[in-house]
Design a protein around this ligand. Structure first.
Ligand code: TUI
Length: 315
């Protein structure tokens, strides 16, 4: 039950990955997800190689289970982070916010499975042809830096376009979402926002509280005019950004105003003028639970949903 090619390739029990969120996806969270039978992923974000290295070492101390590192390709430290990943023999590398093509061969030679996040069919095809082992197809419902196509439309189109396994991301936080992802042709799911609202997640309590309070329309996109749209919780920061974008503020100035804002929210708990990155599914999440309970609950619910769907169909 629920055993897919994603479980095989990654050596995990359940086809559930934790998003490699910058500042949020620390060793503690990643280790908890891997211990619970999913794939925990450290988010390198904009951190230098030595900081990512410490997190890798910490996860290895906390669990012997497989884990991954997400490389954010807009980071000025990508080359350092890749070197650290290869030196430590990290087994799974996911990438975001760009095309990881030039790193794929070297990562694969080191024994890593390479799983790029893709927001389009074109990039999915390109990544398959360059040797990616699987793909994370992320819809615009996701938090942080996002593409334009919804999960509902993106997953089946990418699943039809490639032969390698597809992992659905964006808007998934429960067993229904897992079943939906599988129904659309994915062989696993990645969740970010659900794991932010976990006991083991080290973000400031105010960040978690803000997500628990969020409703269905509270996660909005800012920064479209910069070419790097980001989905965050609506607050003073997003309202100020909207005004500046409407006034035609140059992209470089907007980018400059955004620097350090995610850290302010995650570390200092500033949910008013910090960047509270979150997916649209925050509106569905009403509790903080241990990671193990989140994963087990999703699997139980998914099995139940499948049984009930069978009944509706008269089987
Ligand atoms: O990367 C993410 N989510 C992120 S990265 C991040 S840090 C950041 N902060 C401010 C501005 C920009 C980034 C916060 N959240 N998710 C994976 C993802 N990747 N979503 C979309 C993409 C993507 C977009 C374009 C992947 C590839 C791509 O390719 C363009 C190309 O070069 O072909």
């Amino acid at each position: 039950m629920m055993h897919t090619r994603v479980c095989e390739i990654l050596g995990i029990k359940y086809p559930i990955l934790q998003g490699g969120m910058a500042w949020v996806a620390t060793a503690e969270l990643a280790a908890a997800v891997s211990r619970a039978g999913g794939l925990g992923i450290i988010g390198a974000g904009n951190a230098p190689g030595e900081v990512v290295e410490k997190e890798i070492v910490k996860v290895m101390e906390l669990t012997g289970r497989p884990f991954g590192v997400n490389v954010m390709l807009l980071s000025p430290f990508v080359d350092q982070v890749m070197e650290v990943i290869i030196r430590h023999g990290v087994k799974v590398v996911t990438t975001g916010a760009g095309n990881p093509g030039k790193y794929i061969d070297e990562l694969k030679d080191s024994g890593a499975k390479v799983i790029p996040v893709v927001p389009s069919v074109a990039l999915a095809r390109r990544m398959q042809s360059m040797g990616a082992d699987a793909l994370i197809a992320e819809g615009t419902e996701a938090g942080g830096h996002v593409g334009e196509v919804t999960t509902m439309c993106l997953i089946p189109q990418i699943a039809d376009a490639v032969d390698i396994p597809v992992i659905a991301a964006g808007g998934i936080a429960d067993g229904r979402g897992l079943v939906a992802g599988l129904a659309l042709g994915a062989e696993g799911v990645q969740m970010g926002t659900r794991f932010v609202c976990s006991k083991e997640c080290t973000v400031h309590q105010s960040y978690k509280d803000a997500l628990l309070k969020a409703g269905d329309r509270d996660a909005v996109i800012s920064g479209r005019s910069t070419g790097h749209p980001v989905r965050c919780l609506k607050n003073k920061l997003t309202r100020d950004f909207e005004k500046l974008e409407r006034a035609g503020t140059p992209a470089e100035e907007l980018e400059r105003l955004g620097v350090g804002k995610l850290r302010e929210a995650v570390v200092e708990g500033n949910t008013k003028t910090g960047s509270v990155m979150t997916g649209q599914i925050a509106g569905l999440i009403n509790d903080i639970k241990p990671v193990d309970a989140i994963i087990k609950g999703i699997i139980y619910e998914a099995v139940d949903v499948l049984k009930n769907t069978g009944k509706v169909l008269g089987r």
